[in-house]
Design a protein around this ligand. Structure first.
Ligand SMILES: C[S@@+](CC[C@H](N)C(=O)[O-])C[C@H]1O[C@@H](n2cnc3c(N)ncnc32)[C@H](O)[C@@H]1O
Length: 269
């Protein structure tokens, strides 16, 4: 196996990886960065194509690193052994992870957004906060829901902050994206109910009777909530009751409450 050793902070591959911090470069290349030995190994195990593997000299003899490096090279990827200074530069952290992988982004086509094992999909309109998006992807994974649809202009799920917040779930949860118009057209083919969450929703979120029906959960964005045209596509508009003076719940928390309520009902049947 040929592994290049890099200690120069100006190495072109290192520069290329650092450039992926910018959305425009992720968009142009279709690539993204993930950090940590476990996450990189899990991703490779799940057949995500790895383009570049970078690891610290400290972990060079580690069996997992050897396995991932062999897989990366077998698929034509680049493998670099680097100094800790280089890893700090790539991850912009003083105590960097010892393994960094560059993978190809993956979105599924609209035609594949169908009720699967759980029958539950989450659609996020205009989500802007990468921490919220990563947390929601992680929660969708934890609850066993089928996937996430990004509607309209949203934050990039493959940005470093969002990927970190998924804690690896970005490799396990199918992601689709649609404009608001595409979503409105696609919604007609959804075979179950569409449930929107809204601060002025008339129904309590526990009163819907989700049963085992395929359920598409539609969440509004952090600033302005669900726009009227999207709210108009819902069979139910629900509200999670609040007691205190908070104006609303955090989007990721509200999504978690909804998903666990839907799961609770399914398990009770
Ligand atoms: C931070 S809230 C949006 C607040 C925004 N100012 C508004 O007027 O809708 C983000 C999203 O979380 C969900 N959400 C938050 N609190 C909720 C609640 N109490 N009931 C239902 N949905 C809620 C909704 O989907 C909402 O669009």
């Amino acid at each position: 196996m040929t592994v290049k050793t890099v200690t120069s902070l100006t190495n072109p591959t290192i520069k290329e990886i650092r450039a992926l911090a910018l959305p425009k470069n992720r968009k142009a290349s279709g690539l993204f960065v993930t950090e940590g030995m476990k996450l990189v190994a899990d991703a490779v195990e799940e057949n995500w194509p790895i383009r570049i593997l970078v690891y610290g000299a400290k972990v060079a003899g580690h069996a997992v690193v050897g396995k991932v490096a062999a897989r990366a090279q077998a698929s034509g990827g680049t493998v670099l052994e680097v100094s800790e200074a280089v890893l700090s530069k790539i991850t912009r952290r003083d105590n960097p992870q010892m393994v960094v992988g560059v993978f190809e982004q993956r979105f599924i086509g609209r035609e594949r957004v169908k009720p699967g094992r759980s029958g539950v999909w989450v659609a996020l309109e205009g989500i802007k906060d990468p921490g919220n998006l990563g947390t929601i992807i992680r929660t969708v994974d934890a609850v066993g829901a089928d996937g996430v649809i990004l509607v309209g202009d949203t934050v990039d799920p493959f940005g470093v902050e969002a990927v970190r917040a998924t804690m690896g779930s970005v490799f396990h949860v199918p992601l689709a994206r649609m404009s608001a118009a595409e979503f409105a057209a696609w919604r007609k083919s959804w075979p179950g109910i569409v449930v929107g969450t809204h601060l002025s929703g008339r129904e309590d979120y526990r009163a819907v009777g989700y049963g085992k029906r395929p359920t598409l959960l539609l969440m509004g964005n952090e600033q302005s909530g669900l726009p009227d045209p999207l709210a108009g596509l819902c069979d139910h508009l629900v509200r999670i009751p609040q007691e205190g003076r908070a104006d609303s719940l955090n989007l990721a928390i509200a999504t978690g409450i909804m998903l666990y309520e839907i799961r609770r009902e399914r398990l009770a049947l």
